[in-house]
Design a protein around this ligand. Structure first.
Ligand SMILES: Nc1ncnc2c1ncn2[C@@H]1O[C@H](COP(=O)(O)OP(=O)(O)OP(=O)(O)O)[C@@H](O)[C@H]1O
Ligand SMILES: O=C(CO)[C@H](O)[C@H](O)COP(=O)(O)O
Length: 405
């Protein structure tokens, strides 16, 4: 029997433990409950069983999709910071683990579901982006198990050796983030997501970031960076990029329009595309919900050097879905002045005045802190916290509602 928790039932004056899920009732996994008393053990089903099961199935699952080197790790650091506490690899585990655990969140990297290691991919002539190099059956089974409150032994793809290492134990967290190349590729995995995000970095910007990181930090040549981007492109277009149609929020990163012909990737135009009608998610708006607004906040309250800052907000359509778009082109000179912009936004799900600005100041050394990438990632982190709190509140209310009716 896989015991998941131990409760005291005051009416029976006995302690009981709970076994594996058996079936679904009112949307909750029902579990076989074993009551223990000093003299005998009996097995029966009661209302307490359902309450307990609801307690155990509260893992909220978030998907974050993007190509490699597009800012997923940076986004994850911003997100976990919103929940407080540091995110660290599993204690005493594989030093090359890709997992990050904090009090509230566990971030698993979907590279761990590569079915082919580096040599295997080379032999078969497939890239890591190709679904044939990934085990979607296992990904689905394990994400589902975690969502149902069951721990799993997840494989590890070792980016240092290029090999598949022995698995690591992952316990069900409050919030599970699955980040990587394919969180929305397989329909079964996609259906498990409570919220999904796609980081859509335009080719020009991706190239600029790759050069910055791989040349400066990893000693790669310009030619080899170009070649690696080109080699990945067909599979990126076929398997990664189409996932954005399923995302509840997309952060699109483009070259600025404030400097004609600019392709340097230093000044950015960033668009936060938010799907309408997503449960527990109310899109952010500027000034007036549903209107179309263009705003240049530079002046007395916001210092802007060349080329300035321009905001845009309005409704749009994205892959046939109704969306709201918030856009920022340009970069901030002084992060403390961000409060001026923050105070004109609504539905940002802050817990106190200035929380976005506080988060941005706290991580001013992270890439993108002076532009819309950091700003919108922070806001998305706050929206996820709000979504999580709403889901938990609704789950807590559901057994009570069921009991009443
Ligand atoms: N918002 C940003 N602004 C500027 N550069 C950025 C931004 N986000 C990421 N970068 C650049 O991209 C690099 C990769 O970022 P990060 O490690 O967050 O991406 P990743 O998607 O997790 O990458 P990988 O999958 O390769 O581990 C950073 O070192 C930085 O050079
Ligand atoms: O696209 C990637 C996701 O991060 C990696 O290229 C993929 O996981 C293969 O890793 P490596 O290049 O270390 O063998």
């Amino acid at each position: 029997m896989a015991v998941c928790t131990v409760y005291t039932n005051p009416s029976l004056n006995s302690t009981f433990s709970v076994s594996r899920p058996t079936k679904t009732y009112l949307g909750f996994q029902q579990r076989q409950v074993f009551f223990y008393s000093t003299s005998r053990r009996t097995s029966r089903r009661t209302t307490s069983e359902i309450t307990c099961s609801a307690e155990e199935s509260k893992t909220v699952v978030i998907g974050l999709a993007a190509d490699s080197g597009c800012g997923k790790s940076t986004f994850m650091r911003r997100l976990t910071s919103v929940f407080g506490g540091a995110a660290e690899p599993p204690k005493g585990g594989n030093p090359d683990s890709n997992t990050l655990i904090s009090d509230t969140t566990t971030v698993i990297c979907l590279d761990d579901y590569h079915s082919l290691d580096r040599t295997g991919r080379k032999e078969k002539g497939v890239t890591a982006l190709d679904p044939r190099a990934n085990n979607f059956d296992l990904m689905y089974e394990q994400v589902k198990a975690l969502k149902d409150g069951i721990a799993v032994d997840k494989p590890i793809y070792n980016h240092v050796s290029g090999l598949l290492d022995p698995p690591e134990l992952i316990k069900p967290p409050k919030i599970l983030v699955i980040e990587g190349l394919h969180p929305m590729y397989d329909a079964r995995v996609r259906d498990l997501l409570d919220f999904s995000i796609y980081l859509d970095i335009s080719n020009e910007v991706k190239f600029a970031w790759k050069i910055q990181r791989d040349m400066a930090e990893r000693g790669h040549s310009l030619e080899s960076i170009k070649a690696s981007i080109e080699a990945r492109k067909p599979d990126f277009d076929a398997y990664i990029d189409p996932q954005k149609q399923y995302a509840d929020a997309v952060i699109e990163v483009l070259p600025t329009q404030l400097i004609p012909g600019d392709n340097e990737g230093k000044v950015l135009r960033v668009r936060l595309i938010m799907k309408e009608g997503v449960k527990f998610f109310n899109p952010v708006y500027l000034f007036d919900e549903g209107s179309t607004i263009s705003w240049i906040p530079c002046g007395r309250k916001l210092t802007c050097s060349y080329p300035g800052i321009k905001f845009f907000y309005g409704p749009d359509a994205y892959f046939g879905h109704e969306v709201s778009v918030l856009e920022m082109d340009g970069q901030f000179d002084r992060l403390d002045e961000l409060i001026y912009v923050e105070s004109h936004l609504s539905n940002i799900s802050t817990k106190f005045y200035g929380e976005v600005t506080q988060q941005m100041l706290k991580h001013s050394d992270f890439p993108g802190s002076n532009n819309g990438t950091g700003f919108f990632q922070t806001i998305t982190g706050l929206k996820i916290r709000d979504l999580y709190e709403q889901i938990i509140a609704s789950k807590a209310a559901a057994p009570l509602e069921a009991k009443k009716s």
